[in-house]
Design a protein around this ligand. Sequence first.
Ligand code: AMP
Length: 389
Amino acid sequence: MEVRTGFNKHIFGDTEFLVPDRYITLEPKGGGAQGLVCAAVDTVTQQNVAIKKLSRPFQNVTHAKRAYREFKLMKLVNHKNIIGLLNAFTPQRSLEEFQDVYLVMELMDANLCQVIQMDLDHERMSYLLYQMLCGIKHLHSAGIIHRDLKPSNIVVKSDCTLKILDFGLARTAGTTFMMTPYVVTRYYRAPEVILGMGYTENVDIWSVGCIMGEMIRGGVLFPGTDHIDQWNKIIEQLGTPSQQFMARLQPTVRNYVENRPRFPGFSFEKLFPDVLFPSDSNEHNRLKAGQARDLLSKMLVIDPQCRISVDDALLHPYINVWYDEQEVNAPAPGPYDHSVDEREHTVDQWKELIYQEVMEYESSHGRAQSSGSQQPSPAAPNNSEPNGY
Ligand code: AMP
């Protein structure tokens, strides 16, 4: 197929990127189940950006729902700790030809998997955790409970700023079976998700606890091969939960959980001994290690009714050194319409819905996508600044 005017083709292995010519020097940056992400320079805004290609997002219902939800939510949410959408386009010109969606975002340096490997000092560790909690609190204020936070979906810059990349699991679980070469990481999922219980906002605190524990230990805390193995890893370390917790399980799950061997669990001093913490040479570090362990012991609690809340975690002495009212209590985005999550459509209907969303975005943000096709704005005819979005 011929390349649309104003668009350039870039090839990376077997992936083609067809992007407006305002984007130059594309370089692959990472990839997930949805498609490849490239770093690029936006010549219109002189900004470094990340461009994610969603290849045929309507190829099956699972992909389609995720792409549609992600796109809708990215447009809705506006917070410094959540990735922001700078542009969105499709190189195809009609619904019949429609194939791919490209999302342009702020470019970050690395994902958290890479940062976890480093020896972080208390300042960096607590600042990263503070920003995760601010982002999570903001999602919660829009009625979005993530439930699937993990290091690969959190990105950071070298100045230690952090953004959450995705919006987690839809409220209703997908019923469609998906063949994907990507293994879904479940290590960070809370007991109530693994065991199929009800959940509230502090389900996301469990994931933050797992990420914090991994930063300290330098390895995944609960690396289960499946749900059952995952549960074993949790109870071996934290101990079998109380009867009150068991009583809240569905009968079949309860039967399984109650019939596991009983584990007493280990103290947090044993699970996270002093040697694992940043240098203990001065009083400040000893104090900080104690506070970090105290926070961990309040986040990694199997029973959500006994686990710390997001608000209280933000007030914890290890975290509240960074407290800034504007970041913690930024205005809530408009409420999110959960009917998106609950909709059932055929692949063709999803194709049309996604196409409409992209068209609506393109028309409300100006169709002038390429660097050469910028028209002077009639309202400001002498304005020599490029008219970006
Ligand atoms: P995703 O497809 O959103 O799961 O992203 C896959 C990977 O691409 C992430 O784990 C990051 O390594 C990288 N990535 C995604 N978005 C960005 C971004 N805005 N800036 C830098 N790297 C990113």
